[in-house]
Design a protein around this ligand. Structure first.
Ligand SMILES: Nc1ncnc2c1ncn2[C@@H]1O[C@H](COP(=O)(O)OP(=O)(O)OP(=O)(O)O)[C@@H](O)[C@H]1O
Ligand SMILES: [Mg+2]
Length: 308
């Protein structure tokens, strides 16, 4: 299997709030430490990438964020303008066509067009070359929207390839789709928490990726793993008797122990299910400190490097 660091497009997705942005930035730090030129892309207007990188907010133009790491905010308007200008070979013609309010209203109603403009721009940067030749970036990371929207976004190039008549739009979508499906060049990084609902949703997401979209999974990242305090035997015995005399001395401590045992049991069951998927995997600890601090990101980056 092609190592993660050799791929040029990584799509980071997962349920809302599981740590996609944190993982994207930790991954960027890890790849940059290997000497890769990384571009982080986000289509979230309220992006947290810049907070984690300690830089001003991302902009629709590519900007350097740190050594080896650049960033860009993908907005539908800017992405469509750039794409339209490239396709029409002129910003002036683009302006004449696209700045017309009826044309804009028309495009706003075309399903998937804005999604493709943003994903297509991110993909374009993964094949972009310097005017003097040679690739501009080694790898593009896409901090994708949460599962449902992330999948919808990935479906767009597939649909374009299937239904749009031959032309410029389909040609680019075909190139992107071929690259996204190639495990040597691309991969989806699926982020999850070791909890019941996120695990169910992750298994559904992985199923859609393999059966419907046929996209390679580059990593399953299990984020927020707690260090068990109890052995399996201790956990079982704590959970076997849930009747607690609340007035008895020490009952508060026992209640806390039971709550922790329940949490560890849920994590244990989720990890068993996730590990059984036999995907290349990284497990990141739940940090006690603020995960948005650079030292915390650096710690998570070392865990990403230790993939099983
Ligand atoms: N391993 C970790 N240990 C402790 N806190 C973490 C860890 N990973 C992420 N967090 C915290 O969890 C919160 C959510 O993380 P993040 O913003 O990366 O999630 P997200 O999946 O990108 O969310 P959204 O779906 O809203 O974009 C943040 O406060 C982040 O600092
Ligand atoms: Mg996020």
């Amino acid at each position: 299997m092609t190592p993660l660091q050799e791929r040029r497009f990584l799509f980071v997705t997962g349920k809302g709030g599981v740590g996609k942005t944190t993982v994207t930035v930790a991954l960027a730090r890890h790849l940059a430490s290997l000497g890769k030129r990384v571009l982080i892309t986000s289509c979230d207007a309220k992006e947290r990438i810049s907070l984690l990188m300690e830089t001003p907010p991302l902009e629709p133009e590519v900007r350097p964020l740190a050594d080896g790491i650049s960033g860009v905010l993908l907005t539908p308007e800017a992405a469509l303008r750039e794409y339209g200008s490239m396709a029409l070979k002129s910003e002036a013609i683009y302006g004449a066509v696209f700045d017309n309010k009826y044309v804009r209203a028309f495009f706003a109603g075309v399903p998937g067009l804005f999604e493709w403009a943003m994903l297509g721009k991110a993909w374009y940067h993964s094949v972009e070359e310097h005017p003097s030749g040679g690739r501009r970036f080694d790898v593009v990371l896409f901090d994708a929207p949460a599962t449902g929207h992330g999948l919808d976004m990935l479906r767009v190039p597939k649909v374009i390839v299937e239904i749009v008549p031959p032309g410029l739009l389909r040609r680019d979508a075909e190139r992107a789709w071929t690259q996204f499906q190639d495990p040597h060049q691309s991969g989806v990084v699926v982020v999850t928490l070791p909890e019941d609902m996120p695990t169910n949703e992750t298994i559904e997401l992985l199923d859609a990726l393999s059966s419907e979209l046929k996209l390679p999974v580059a990593r399953l990242v299990i984020n927020g793993v707690i260090e068990p305090l109890f052995s399996e035997k201790e956990r079982k015995s704590l959970l076997s008797d849930l009747t607690l005399d609340r007035d008895a001395p020490g009952s508060e401590g026992i209640a806390a122990g039971i709550r922790r045992a329940i949490r560890e049991q849920v994590q244990h069951e989720s990890l068993v299910r996730l590990r059984a998927l036999e995907l290349p995997r990284a497990e990141l600890p739940l940090l006690a400190e603020d995960a948005a601090r650079p030292a915390a990101i650096a710690k998570l980056a070392t865990h990403l490097a230790r993939t099983t």
